[in-house]
Structures are given as C-alpha cells and as structure tokens.
Design a protein around this ligand. Structure first.
Ligand code: ADP
Length: 467
C-alpha cells in the first residue's frame, strides 16, 4: 500500500479500533470469567446446602438411620450436578456411598467436569476435593455428609455452553465493528483526502505557471478551508506579480524608448544638417538624458530598498525646520500651480528621531503627488502629531482623489491609477513604492483615504521605540 494520507487514515482508524476492541474483549472476558466463577462457586454452595436439607429430611429417628431409597434418589441427583455423595450416620448404622454403587458413572462425571474446565481454561488447576458437612435432627448431629467433586468450582454443560456462546457473540461483534471501521475509515479518508487532491492539483498548476487557477469547492473543515484560501490567495498574488512583471517590462521599455527616440531624431537631424547644432538643441537633448537618468536612478533606488541594501541614518531633528525646508522646496511649484501649501503641526518644537533625509523624501513624494493631482486653487496640507508610541504624518489634498478599486494596489511598483494621466504628468509609479519601503524600514505603516473628486489623505506613522 502506498504511503498515502488515505492509507494512513484507514490504517490508523483500523489500529485504533482493533486496539479498543481488543481491550474491550479482554476486559469483557475477564469480567465474564469472574462472574461465572462467582456464580459457579455460589451455585456449588447452594446445592450442597440443598443436599444437606434433603438428607436431613431423610432421617428416621426411630432407627437412628436414613432412608436408603431416599439417599439413592438424592445421590443420583447430586451426581447429575457433579457431586459424589457419601452419608454416614453417627452410629455407623448407615454408611451409604454412591461411588460404591455407581463407581463408573462417578468416574465419568469427574472426568467430564475436568474436561469442561480444561476446554474453557487450558491451564485450570483443579483437583478432586471433598467437603464434610454435619447432618442434624432437631439440633443434634446425627451423621456426616461428605461431598466429593472436581473443584474448586466447575461449570456444567449448560453454563459452559452459555459462556462459550457469549464469547462467540463477542468475536462476532468485533468482526462487525472492524467491518464498520474499514467502511467508515475509507469514507473518512476519502472525505479528508478529496480536498487535499484539489489543493495538490492546484499547486501543481501554479508550479507550472498557471496562476489563473482557483479552487472553487467549499469545505466546512476549518483547516482545509484555510488551506484553500491560502492557495487561492497565493495564486492571485503570483498572478498580480506576474502581471506587474509584464507591466514593468512594458513600462521600462516605453519610458526609455521616448527619450531615446527623441535623442536619436535630434542627432540624426544634426547629422543630416536639417537642424543647426545650437545650444538650445543640446539643452533639449540634455533634458532627455536627465529624464533617462531619473528613471534609471529611481529603479536602482527601489531595487536597493527591496533588497534591503539601504542602512538608515537615524538622528534627532526638529520638526519645524524639517517642514520649513519642505515648504521652501515646493514654494515655486505650489505657487506656479496656484495651490495653497500649509503645515499643521501639533507642536513645532517636537523632536523626531528618524532618518531625516529619507522621511523628507517620503513627504516630498507625497506632496509632489498631491500638488500634481490637485487643480488650481486647491490646498495641500501637511500634518504632524505624536503620542507616546508613534509619530503621525499626513499629507492631504483637495485634488482629484483615487477610485476605491485602485487603493489596494497603489503602493505596488509601477502602479498608476490612470496610465494616460500618469504619463502626462511624467510619473513612473515608483514614488509611492519607495515611500512605503522607507516607512516600513522604520517599522512604520502607510495608508490612504481618498474620495474621488474631493481629495486624498496619505498617512503614515513611525514607531518611537524602534527608531
Ligand atoms: P507617480 O510617479 O506616477 O506619481 P506614485 O507611485 O507616486 O507614482 O503614484 C502612483 C499613482 O498613484 C499615480 O500614478 C497616481 O495615479 C496615484 N496618486 C498618487 N498620489 C495621488 C494623489 N495625491 N491624488 C490622486 N492620485 C494619486
């Protein structure tokens, strides 16, 4: 049998049932034997008392003897019950022994009882035993009764038959239980392994690169349903990553192609003497080269963050001067776009411990996006707060907002809400990924709330203790 989960489940179930049936059988048998032994011993004593009473009634006081006819009847009955009867009156008037009348039957009866006991208990240690009892008349001892038997106790044929039938019944129940175990075990194993087969099939497809796979079946077992959810999520994530990779290639190719084409056409025009090699023309070329360099640098930076090759340079810095420098960086672009740029700080004297340059880079990314996606006359606000555990930074705008379906992917590399819009504004969709990487390196978290047409709030928090 193959080492499968199914075979293991069936085997475990069968072993468990065999062990429990076996223990039950042992206990049941032991109890049965004890019960029968007690019963046989009590029965023996009761019969002896009966015989004593019967013989007492046979006493003839006039002759100080016992009725021999009666003794014969009682002796024969006792022999049927496995007892050899010997009655002796006190005056030796009567000395009646059944073995002297029916020696052969007595012998056969003892052998039969011995066989009965050995058939049930092969190691039964029995022997011929005798019990001597007083015979009385009106309180006076008038004789002795000696009862011989194979003992300490024996089973008669009916008792033996009963105990053997009970044993056979037990074996029958055991076999039926085993059959039920095998059927139930197989059913259970099938029930358990079916979802695992689905998971294995799905995992094999994923391994072959088919990320479209999705396990549709629903199972009530908690662990199985969690496993299926995990596999489905994994496939979904791999699919998204694959799409991102494809988009990255397309994006990089597209982003590089435009400046390269521009450069090439400018150069060709100069070579063909269509254009004069003026400083103006070279400035245009220089801008294109700058654009290329920016793209390459951004890509390089992101890779460094993603590969954890950057070491943070943490220091204490004053929040007021931090925001001042940001305000002055954006003074021109905000004014040019007629966007009001303001700072709302809980306490301008606050000191923040973090990698100042990198956190500044994050705020710059968020503010430049906010200005970029806010119409003339709008407002962009930077907020700073702190509590015992965290520093909280917000950048809010009154711009175009982000559709809810785009929010989960917003921080992914090269994700742009609207390709044409982003290209027009010159974005590569890397800024937010870099921002997120920097904040996570600080042990913090970033999130966004946005309403289309009303604006967006990008918020992040940095833990104080881990910085
Ligand atoms: P990009 O360089 O394209 O701006 P980002 O990673 O900074 O790249 O931003 C990703 C996308 O998120 C942008 O293309 C834009 O669609 C959207 N986005 C970012 N910030 C805002 C904002 N404040 N308002 C509206 N859309 C935004």
């Amino acid at each position: 049998m193959k080492n499968t989960l199914k075979s293991k489940a069936v085997l475990s179930f069968a072993v468990l049932l065999i062990l429990s049936s076996f223990s039950f059988a042992v206990v049941f048998n032991w109890g049965l034997d004890q019960l029968f032994q007690n019963y046989a011993t009590l029965q023996q004593e009761r019969r002896m008392q009966q015989i004593v009473t019967q013989i007492n009634n046979l006493y003839i006081p006039d002759s100080n003897s016992f009725s021999t006819d009666g003794l014969e009847a009682v002796g024969n009955a006792a022999l049927q019950n496995g007892m050899i009867l010997h009655v002796q009156s006190i005056n030796d008037e009567v000395d009646w022994d059944i073995s002297s009348h029916r020696a052969k039957e007595c012998q056969l009866m003892l052998q039969h009882r011995e066989r009965n006991m050995h058939s049930r208990y092969p190691n039964f240690e029995g022997s011929y035993q005798q019990s001597v009892l007083d015979l009385t008349y009106q309180g006076q001892v008038v004789g002795t009764l000696t009862l011989g038997y194979y003992g300490p106790y024996t089973f008669d044929d009916i008792e033996l038959q009963l105990i053997n039938s009970l044993n056979r019944l037990l074996i029958g129940i055991g076999v039926i239980l085993l059959l039920i175990a095998a059927i139930f075990g197989s059913y259970l194993a099938m029930h358990l392994t079916r979802p695992i087969h689905h998971v294995v099939n799905a995992a094999q497809k994923i391994a072959r690169g088919d990320y479209q796979v999705k396990i549709q079946e629903h199972y009530k077992t908690k662990e199985i349903s969690e496993l299926i959810t995990a596999i489905n999520e994994m496939a979904e994530q791999l699919r998204t990553k694959e799409l991102q990779k494809q988009r990255l290639t397309a994006d990089v190719a597209h982003e590089l192609r435009t400046p390269l084409c521009n450069l090439q056409s400018h150069m060709e025009a100069v070579i063909d003497e269509v254009w004069e090699p003026t400083p103006e023309l070279f400035r245009g070329c220089c801008d294109e080269i700058q654009r290329l360099t920016n793209i390459v640098n951004q890509l390089k930076e992101l890779t460094e963050y993603e590969d954890h090759r950057v070491v943070l340079d943490k220091s204490n810095f004053q929040v007021s001067s931090f925001f001042d420098s940001i305000l002055s960086s954006f003074a021109f672009s905000a004014k040019e776009k007629n966007v009001r740029l303001i700072v709302d700080c809980q306490n301008f004297k606050s000191i923040c411990l973090a990698d100042e340059q990198r956190i500044k880079q994050c705020i710059i990314n968020l503010v430049s996006n906010a200005i970029k996606y806010t119409e003339n006359g709008g407002t962009v606000k930077m907020t700073f707060k702190e509590d015992a555990d965290f520093y909280y930074f917000d950048v809010s705008d009154t711009g175009i907002g982000i559709p809810p379906q785009d929010i989960p992917q917003l921080f992914e590399r090269f994700y742009r809400v609207d390709e044409s819009r982003a290209r027009k504004t010159g974005g590569m969709g890397i800024g937010l990924s870099i921002t997120k990487a920097i904040i996570e390196m600080h042990g913090g978290a970033i999130w966004v709330n946005s309403v289309v047409g009303q604006g967006s709030v990008f918020s992040f928090k940095l833990p104080k203790n881990s910085i």
